[in-house]
Design a binder for this molecule. Structure first.
Ligand code: K1U
Ligand code: ZN
Length: 186
């Protein structure tokens, strides 16, 4: 398994639409495994393929006990009732904003076994599913902010972005999991 670099705001891949996946291949399974590892290391609750520079329509979710991949996901029902809560994004580190979204959604997707499944969600899982599906269509949470709040978020990002040359966020690997050079651990 490998930890992947995360692309940050400014990388054009975050604004592209993704391509539907035709079949679950070994290569896609490997990408998904690596995305889970990257999400966990970054302490995220979700991660979408464009965030690791890929254009497949796939994301991973890790909200409490709910941990699954969504391939070609679609929102098939959205509650007319909306809820507002703060969001962050692994591709816009240290920038946060309140986003209003449907409180509950039903999502249809393909799973790792190639079978179609549906998930009905509220609260954080519903928010996370919507945030990740947005990523798969080039949309970011800052796009929902009012002009003033978006301006403030962009001003904060202007101060942060130089930490990520080439729009790449490198995560620190957990050294206790590096067995390539065991002598260096002595
Ligand atoms: O896609 C991403 O950038 C991951 C992002 C997803 C997300 C955050 C907040 C609301 C909805 C979806 C994150 O995981 S950022 C980390 C984070 O904000 C968070 C972590 C643990 C619990 C709650 C939020
Ligand atoms: Zn995000």
């Amino acid at each position: 398994m490998s930890v992947l670099d995360i692309r940050v705001l400014g990388d054009p891949v975050l604004r592209e639409d993704t391509k539907p996946v035709a079949a679950v291949t070994d290569e896609l399974r490997e990408l998904i495994k690596n995305m889970f590892e990257t999400m966990d290391l970054a302490k995220g609750i979700g991660l979408a393929a464009p965030q690791v520079g890929r254009t497949e329509r796939v994301a991973v979710i890790g909200v409490e006990k709910d941990r699954f991949a969504i391939i070609n996901p679609e929102i098939i029902e959205a509650d007319s009732k909306h809820a507002k809560a703060e969001e962050g994004c692994l591709s816009i580190p240290d920038v946060y904003g309140d986003v209003e979204r449907p409180a509950r959604v039903k999502v249809r997707a393909m799973g790792l076994d190639g079978q179609t499944f549906e998930v009905e969600a509220g609260e954080l899982l519903a928010r996370c599913l919507q945030h990740e599906i947005d990523h798969l269509h080039g949309k970011l949470f800052v796009d929902y902010l009012s002009i003033l709040k978006r301006r403030a978020a962009m001003a904060k990002w202007a101060k942060e972005k130089d930490k990520y040359p080439g729009f790449i966020r490198k995560l620190e690997s957990d050294p206790s999991r590096n067995h390539e050079h065991p002598d260096e651990e002595l």
